[in-house]
Design a protein around this ligand. Structure first.
Ligand SMILES: *[C@@H]1O[C@H](CO)[C@@H](O)[C@H](O)[C@H]1NC(C)=O
Ligand SMILES: *[C@@H]1O[C@H](CO)[C@@H](O)[C@H](O)[C@H]1NC(C)=O
Ligand SMILES: *[C@@H]1O[C@H](CO)[C@@H](O)[C@H](O)[C@H]1NC(C)=O
Ligand SMILES: *[C@@H]1O[C@H](CO)[C@@H](O)[C@H](O)[C@H]1NC(C)=O
Ligand SMILES: *[C@@H]1O[C@H](CO)[C@@H](O)[C@H](O)[C@H]1NC(C)=O
Ligand SMILES: *[C@@H]1O[C@H](CO)[C@@H](O)[C@H](O)[C@H]1NC(C)=O
Ligand SMILES: *[C@@H]1O[C@H](CO)[C@@H](O)[C@H](O)[C@H]1NC(C)=O
Ligand SMILES: *[C@@H]1O[C@H](CO)[C@@H](O)[C@H](O)[C@H]1NC(C)=O
Length: 400
């Protein structure tokens, strides 16, 4: 049987009275079923079918669209998805179990997801997902927006709230992806704490730009995962997070994870477990050997974070003894920490940095203009296995 309904849900209009740059673009407005519980994704799919090739797909102001199935933007070729209303993930935790993502941007060349009014919101409806996960950590939740094997993708000006899991992930050989002027916030509700709400996971990719961003969450603010190359992060405020981190790397048996050419600047890190860091697994046949090269953190303001900087080479291991018997053989090279200011929290006072480098690997790290104090006024730095003249005095051995 044929279902005609979705075709009626998109209105195709040519032209736009006021914006000359959009003048020749087809415009489709996605009809909303009024948040009645009906999935609005089929209406989006039909709008993309009509307007995806160079056109504009609009989610209207003042409306809430129910996202009850994966929103795959296949068919978008240099299209613009304009969210002026609210997109809200359904609460069907059974349906979403094991689904990789809510928004799926795969094999796309050219797409912009934005709001012109500034009012656009993507609500990940996290509460029921966090509840189920907190009761059973085997429950697999979707990423909110997953970009894979795509290029020239811009996501700008939107607010993303309460992701069920990771907010944004980019991988699969993607390139030239820009996240600009976004607010990401996951906040506890009814006493339920969000889990694994990473802001941005940057995986196998080149030229990913993350700028003018505010993140409030409970896990990594930005994580540079295996294969991240030429990632820049500029003007970001991270509150309550696990910081801006390289890793974790080298977890898989025989893996050779790399993260290269990262530049982070103008970061304000508030109440985070650490401001910035690197997470590496131990060595041995059950793990891999990672390479981290040419990574710069330049201009970081630290407010009440556990550590200002942390390097771990025994990440996720059962015991220090385990790591000592199979130390990390990873390479950390040309990693710069410049222009840090502010204060850590009381958590590790008087220690402000814990730098545990690979015992069977290489570690060339450099600190300059690193003006951090703990609340007591002391600024102790713990370090192990550093090969370079790093520019800070060490007052003891590191761990982790
Ligand atoms: C889940 O969403 C449906 C449809 O919007 C609604 O009728 C139902 O009350 C919601 N259930 C819960 C537990 O929030
Ligand atoms: C936890 O979730 C997994 C995955 O859905 C399921 O297989 C398992 O039975 C659940 N365990 C409990 C105790 O509910
Ligand atoms: C995407 O952002 C980049 C960098 O800001 C910009 O050069 C490019 O024109 C943008 N693309 C679109 C389609 O807006
Ligand atoms: C991502 O893209 C790669 C191609 O680079 C493909 O092999 C893989 O299946 C895609 N993964 C997903 C989850 O779409
Ligand atoms: C930094 O980002 C914030 C949040 O998006 C923005 O309000 C502010 O204008 C940006 N600052 C600069 C200098 O661009
Ligand atoms: C180091 O990374 C930065 C930031 O991505 C890049 O601009 C620079 O060219 C890289 N340097 C080398 C030697 O590759
Ligand atoms: C950071 O933590 C301090 C101490 O707990 C608290 O007073 C402050 O409100 C927090 N700041 C933010 C932005 O959450
Ligand atoms: C860091 O300090 C150096 C030298 O003091 C300066 O040239 C550079 O512009 C500073 N970077 C930032 C982001 O302030």
């Amino acid at each position: 049987m044929f279902i005609f309904a979705p075709l009626l849900l998109a209105t195709l209009v040519y032209g736009s009275a006021f914006n000359p740059t959009l003048d020749k673009r087809a415009t489709c407005t996605v009809a909303s079923a009024g948040n009645s519980g009906t999935d609005d994704v089929p209406a989006v799919v039909s709008a993309i079918k009509s307007c995806g090739n160079g056109g504009v797909i609009i989610f209207s102001a003042g409306k809430t669209y129910a996202i009850g199935s994966t929103l795959d933007i296949t068919g978008c070729v240099n299209c613009q998805i304009q969210i002026e209303g609210t997109l809200k993930l359904s609460n069907d935790t059974g349906y979403w179990e094991g689904k990789r993502t809510v928004v799926y941007i795969n094999g796309i060349s050219g797409a912009t997801i934005t709001t012109t009014s500034g009012a656009g919101v993507f609500d990940g409806n996290g509460l029921p997902y966090w509840q189920v996960f907190n009761a059973n950590s085997s429950y697999a939740r979707p990423t909110l927006v997953y970009i894979n094997n795509s290029k020239n993708i811009n996501i700008t000006k939107l607010r993303f709230k309460n992701a069920p899991n990771v907010f944004h992930s980019v991988t699969g050989g993607s390139s030239n992806v820009v996240y600009d002027t976004l607010t990401l916030d996951a906040t506890p509700e009814n006493g339920v704490t969000p889990k694994n709400t990473d802001g941005f996971d940057v995986g196998q990719s080149q030229y990913v730009t993350i700028k003018n961003i505010k993140v409030t969450n409970q896990d990594d603010c930005v994580a540079f995962k295996p294969g991240a190359d030429f990632t820049t992060v500029t003007n970001i405020t991270c509150t309550g997070s696990h910081g801006i981190s390289v890793g974790s790397l080298g977890g898989g048996a025989g893996s050779t994870d790399t993260v290269t050419n990262v530049y982070v600047t103008k970061a304000t890190m508030v109440n985070s477990t650490k401001a910035v860091g690197i997470k590496l697994y131990q060595g041995g046949s059950s793990h891999g050997i990672a390479t981290v090269r040419n990574v710069t953190f330049d201009g970081v303001t630290v407010q009440g974070c556990g550590y200002a900087a942390q390097i771990q080479s025994c990440y996720g291991s059962a015991s220090t003894a385990d790591c000592n018997s199979a130390p990390s053989q990873s390479t950390v090279d040309a990693v710069y920490f410049k222009n840090f200011s502010g204060a850590t929290s009381t958590e590790y006072d008087p220690v402000i940095a814990d730098l545990d480098c690979p015992a069977a690997g290489t570690c060339n790290i450099y600190f300059s203009n690193f003006n951090i104090k703990s609340p007591s006024g002391k600024a102790n730095v713990l370090c192990s296995n550093v090969d370079s003249n790093m520019g800070l005095p060490c007052s003891g051995s590191a761990s982790g």
